[in-house]
Design a protein around this ligand. Structure first.
Ligand code: UDP
Ligand code: MN
Length: 647
């Protein structure tokens, strides 16, 4: 019994051992299978959404624009990372000629921006302004008014105009006979938009499709810079999907004008990029002359003549040739008529003209040149002066710019910008980047005329390391070269201490000023409360002229007893009528021709002002020439708001 019992115990042990061995084998097999299956999963990238490989942009190895609304570091107002490469899977991409059912509809890609101060340099629109032109009563007038407030132009009128309207011929007759090469480079027309009106956006697109020869038009690339309006969403996607040759990409982060253009450039396939505003209309034959000029020299950046669409009536107004792009010492851009050019040269009507700067409305540039010269400054946010920065950089770093007269595109000149700015200082911050990156010691001239920029600069430094590195690596020339070679017409202020600044009147506590408005500011001067912004800055130079205006192109002049501003003579031919002597001891400013003194005279005499007028009216008056006396209303001094050694 005990023997039997022992044998049974041994058998049980053996069985347990076998079972253990079997279990171990099974577990090992299962584990190894699991391990292998995980390896397989890895190699196939099963988990997570499918990702396209990160695409590198040809000839722009360092270009990346991150557009990801989920990354809080990329919110508007935070400095953008330097140029890196583009993550395509973070874009909404709508290829043309595809049914809408295939459209990726990414949720949450539209964000409501934080409301901020509406920093609009242009005045708010009034009923009167609309009424004057539209002459509409009641409901319709109200509709138009709210359309203007929303878009900055009369969208009600725009809606009534065909999306295929034809512009009246405005080209010079000689342009019509011009022959262009059959083998012009292909163009990608990049149209960035943020909350553009439906009618103006689509009229822009159709205008390009209707006027650009198919063989030269690679694509129209619409880039939605985070629009908020409903019609910019699926309805637009649907519409665009039926247009051949039109693509739509959407950024999930507000990029601003420069960033949006850089994104469009990175996604464009054409040899030449044409950046076009989202409210343009093209004249027949506009594209070929631009492409030809770029094809002849790939470092040429070119613009058509920018005609003007009226924001109230949508009337087309042809711009008179010759015209070129310039900017002033406050870094504001203008199209300047340039009649000096129209000499006896018979070809001047069709010959392109070099231009110190180009506007942002329409610019054509070779894609590779654009990338190699540094695209747009990614540190410039939202809107403003990105085009001036591009202009200085193109010229200084080996390129040229010109306006091509046989190409005409009309741009809608709006009454005001329709979008809000995150703060009052964004535009100045963009300007500071230009001043500190490109203007060397000349930047002081800017800071004296824009004291807001000066004070911002005193409390914060722009991060321009990458741009300075770019400038060095491209071997760009300095601003002195730019001023003397490209833009010698720009007056160089002397800004000597005690002889420049605000012209302060001791007797009234006011400053010499002049009325501003459209066109050349020629007219009577006045005394006004001192602004402290730099807008009243003037410069008594070694020619004894008192130079005014952000270009320094206006001279203090006299007409009878009235002191006026008139355009300064272009070539050192100043007359005693424009010359003034400042007597530091007495503070008198003596007109050289008449030997009379500058005095503030209250218009209608110095009557007692009401209590509410004390601060303003008491400090206003006319500037007149009067026999010299020692009374305080003839005593002046130049107050420099920015110290000579200031930033
Ligand atoms: N734009 C943009 N993002 C912005 C601001 C503007 O894409 O944050 C677009 C805008 O829709 C237009 C172009 O950039 O197509 C230039 O802007 P805008 O026309 O307002 O400038 P302006 O012509 O008044 O200087
Ligand atoms: Mn525009």
């Amino acid at each position: 019994m005990r023997l039997w019992g022992r044998a049974a115990a041994v058998r049980r042990k053996m069985l347990c051992l076998w079972l253990l061995l079997l279990g171990f084998t099974l577990v090992t097999l299962a584990l190894s299978d699991l391990f292998n299956s995980q390896r397989r999963d890895h190699s196939h990238q099963k988990p997570g959404p499918p990702r396209r490989p990160l695409q590198r942009i040809p000839n722009a190895p360092d270009l990346e624009v991150i557009v990801d609304s989920r990354d809080p570091a990329l919110e508007l107002g935070v400095d953008l990372a330097p140029l890196k490469s583009l993550q395509e899977d973070q874009l909404l991409f709508v290829p043309s000629a595809q049914g809408t059912k295939n459209l990726p509809q990414k949720k949450g890609s539209y964000k409501v921006l934080l409301p901020g101060a509406n920093k609009d340099p242009r005045a708010p629109v009034t009923h009167g302004e609309i009424g004057k032109v539209a002459q509409l009563e009641g409901m319709e007038g109200e509709l138009e008014l709210s359309a203007v407030q929303k878009y900055g132009f009369n969208e009600v009128v725009s809606e009534r105009i065909s999306l295929h309207r034809r512009l009246p011929e405005a080209r010079h007759p000689e342009c019509l006979g011009e022959q262009y090469s059959e083998s012009l480079p292909s163009a990608s027309v990049v149209i960035c938009f943020h909350d553009e009106a439906w009618s103006t956006l689509l009229r822009t697109v159709h205008s390009v499709l209707d006027t650009a020869p198919k063989q030269h038009l690679q694509e129209v690339l619409l880039v939605d810079d985070l629009s908020q309006h409903g019609h910019m969403k699926s309805v637009l996607s649907e519409y665009v999907s039926h247009l051949e040759g039109v693509r739509l990409i959407r950024s999930t982060k507000r990029l601003g004008v420069g960033g949006c253009h850089t994104l469009g450039a990175a996604r464009a396939a054409g040899e030449v990029l044409v950046f076009m505003d989202s409210h343009c209309e093209c004249q027949k034959g506009w594209l070929e002359p631009l492409l030809e000029r770029v094809a002849q020299d790939r470092t040429r950046v070119v613009s058509p003549i920018m005609d003007v669409i009226d924001w109230q009536t949508f009337q087309y107004n042809a711009t008179q040739w010759p015209v070129r792009g310039v900017f002033d010492w406050r870094l504001d851009f203008y199209w300047e008529s340039y009649p000096q050019l129209q000499d006896k040269d018979p070809d001047s009507a069709v010959r392109p003209v070099q231009s110190p700067a180009l506007g942002g409305g329409v610019v054509a540039v070779d894609r590779h040149f654009f990338q190699s010269v540094g695209a747009y400054d990614p540190g410039m946010l939202l809107w403003g002066v990105e085009q001036i920065e591009l202009s200085i950089r193109v010229w200084s770093c080996g390129g040229t710019m010109e306006v091509v007269p046989c190409s005409r595109v009309a741009h809608l000149d709006r009454h005001h910008l329709p979008y809000r700015f995150p703060d009052q200082e964004q535009l100045q911050r963009n300007k500071i980047r230009i001043a500190d990156t490109w203007m060397d010691a000349y930047r002081k001239i800017f800071y004296r005329r824009d004291t807001l920029a000066h004070f911002i600069r005193q409390s914060e430094s722009p991060n321009i390391t990458e741009r300075l590195r770019l400038k060095r690596s491209l071997g760009c020339r300095n601003f002195h070269w730019y001023l003397t070679t490209v833009y010698p017409q720009l007056y160089l202020p002397q800004d000597r201490p005690t002889l420049s600044g605000e012209l302060y009147n001791v007797g009234t506590g006011s400053c010499a000023d002049y009325p501003r408005g459209p066109g050349p500011q020629v007219g009577p001067m006045n005394a006004a409360p001192c602004s402290g912004t730099g807008s009243q800055h003037c410069d008594l130079n070694s020619e004894f002229e008192v130079r005014w205006g952000p270009m320094g192109a206006l001279c203090m002049d006299a007409s009878g007893e009235r002191v006026i501003l008139s355009p300064c003579p272009a070539h050192r031919t100043t007359t005693s009528r424009l010359q003034w002597k400042f007597i530091k001891l007495s503070g008198q400013l003596v007109h050289q021709q008449s030997q009379l003194c500058l005095e503030v005279v209250k218009e209608g005499g110095f009557t007692q002002s009401g209590p509410r007028d004390v601060n303003t009216h008491a400090k206003t008056g006319a500037l007149l020439l009067r026999p010299c006396t020692h009374q305080p209303r003839q005593q002046w001094h130049f107050e420099q708001l920015v110290a000579p050694k200031g930033a």
